[in-house]
Design a protein around this ligand. Structure first.
Ligand SMILES: Cc1cc2nc3c(=O)[nH]c(=O)nc-3n(C[C@H](O)[C@H](O)[C@H](O)COP(=O)(O)O)c2cc1C
Length: 404
């Protein structure tokens, strides 16, 4: 495949230098769209991996990755809401020594960028989460795995060479949840994030539409239902080995706040709540004993017509009032987005789809390059705003265009 990509790239370069084509206005759009990177190192921003991954990933899997819900306004708001804030540059600050390091629950990471839990990563790479773990290792970056990861958590931790965090789907049966929690704790996971934004289904239109367009036979890899579409199949996920999955739901529509106390009673891991967007819920989460909060709307895959997470961050930060760390994810595509989230009070900032674009394009080097790009963009934002370390990033370096 590398050869085909290199040849295609060479052809495009040749066409680009053609005076005839230049006279005609350059490479036709349809051809330019064919551009594939020859190596991960060539990528200039994360979107180049998106273009490439889209060509490499089969339609149904691409739909799973790209989908929001309904008309995808929340999905779009996640990224576009960052435009509300501009960066305010500061001059004559000695920025010759920069430190992007971030410490969370006593562990130091190279930067505040974390890789969000994304389920079923074998849909994007034959080795699933393993190349991501290797990239997290070489880049010393925080990685959170999904309950529905496609490789065993113990193998992922071995590749990472250090603990990873795990996201927890609550299920609808506590003894199953208990088994998941026990296994994660035994594997050395120091923190779990309970996902609370998907209590009772969702309408992933893009995913369903692209699945319709995919002519491959799903049954060669998936357990398929009577319609021929893949079923949820928790039984096929390594975390559910040894758990009775008959009638087991990934989440429960009857879940209430007492779940957090129940969970804290059975584990010594830190317990974060992932999917908080309202100040009232943030206050309650701290009262109920949460050790941290992740402001998230599941990457625009839960509630339609919601706000971008960056718009919700300030009220959550207010509700928490510094008592526990607040993290955020959703729509983060640039280092400047990371900078803005940190300035508004986040301790760490998650990226989801972008590292999967890197994974699907080049495996481990793709993920590494995505991390390098975002970290370098963050560093440049810090340089421009005169913040030499994460602690020096403050709301004073933001211009709020809605209250200018
Ligand atoms: C394909 C896909 C699968 C996901 N799987 C999970 C999951 O298993 N558990 C979870 O809590 N969040 C899951 N998420 C949400 C991410 O953890 C994260 O909140 C979101 O992707 C961040 O937004 P971004 O993709 O725009 O960066 C998933 C997101 C995507 C795109």
């Amino acid at each position: 495949m590398q050869d085909i990509m290199a040849n295609r790239r060479a052809l495009l370069r040749f066409l680009a230098s053609s005076p005839l084509l230049a006279a005609a206005g350059g490479i036709p759009l349809a051809l330019a769209d064919e551009a594939l990177l020859a190596s991960a190192a060539e990528a200039l921003d994360v979107f180049e991996f998106e273009t490439m991954a889209r060509k490499l990933v089969p339609p149904a899997h691409w739909g799973y990755l790209a989908s929001g819900v309904d008309g995808e306004t929340t999905l779009r708001a996640n990224s576009s809401d960052y435009a509300r804030w501009h960066l305010k540059p500061r001059r004559f600050v000695d920025v010759s020594k920069m430190d992007l390091g971030m410490t969370l629950f006593g562990t130091r990471y190279k930067s505040p960028v974390l890789m969000c839990p994304i389920g079923s990563q074998r849909a994007f790479h034959p080795e699933g989460e393993l190349p991501v773990a290797r990239a997290a290792r070489t880049r010393d970056q925080l990685m959170m795995v999904s309950t529905v990861m496609s490789m065993p958590i113990e193998s992922i931790i071995e590749m990472r060479g250090a603990p990873v965090w795990m996201q927890l789907y609550t299920t609808n049966r506590f003894e199953a949840t208990l088994a998941l929690v026990k296994r994660a704790q035994a594997a050395g996971v120091p923190a779990i994030a309970v996902t609370v934004d998907l209590p009772a289904g969702r309408n992933t239109v893009t995913a369903s539409r692209l699945r319709r367009d995919d002519t491959r036979t799903c049954s060669s890899c998936h357990v398929v239902g009577p319609t021929g579409n893949p079923t949820g199949g928790l039984a096929t996920k390594p975390m559910f080995a040894g758990i009775d999955t008959k009638g087991l739901g990934q989440t429960s529509p009857s879940l209430t706040w007492d779940f957090i106390k129940r969970l804290k009673d059975i584990t010594t891991m830190k317990v974060l709540i992932k999917g908080i967007e309202a100040r009232e819920d943030a206050e309650r989460a701290v009262q109920e004993g949460a050790d941290g909060i992740v402001v998230s709307n599941h990457g625009g895959r839960a509630l339609e017509s919601g706000a971008g997470t960056i718009a919700s961050l300030p009220e959550v930060v207010k509700g928490v009032a510094g008592r526990v760390p607040v993290l955020i994810d959703g729509g983060v595509r640039r280092g400047t987005d990371v900078y803005k989230a940190l300035a508004l009070g986040a301790r760490a900032v998650g990226i989801g789809r972008p590292y999967i674009w890197g994974l699907a394009s080049f495996g481990q080097p793709g993920v590494e390059r995505v991390l390098d790009i975002v970290n370098n963009e963050l560093r440049l934002a810090m340089v421009g705003c005169g913040a030499r370390n994460i602690a020096e990033i403050s709301p004073a370096s933001l211009i709020d265009t809605q209250h200018a």
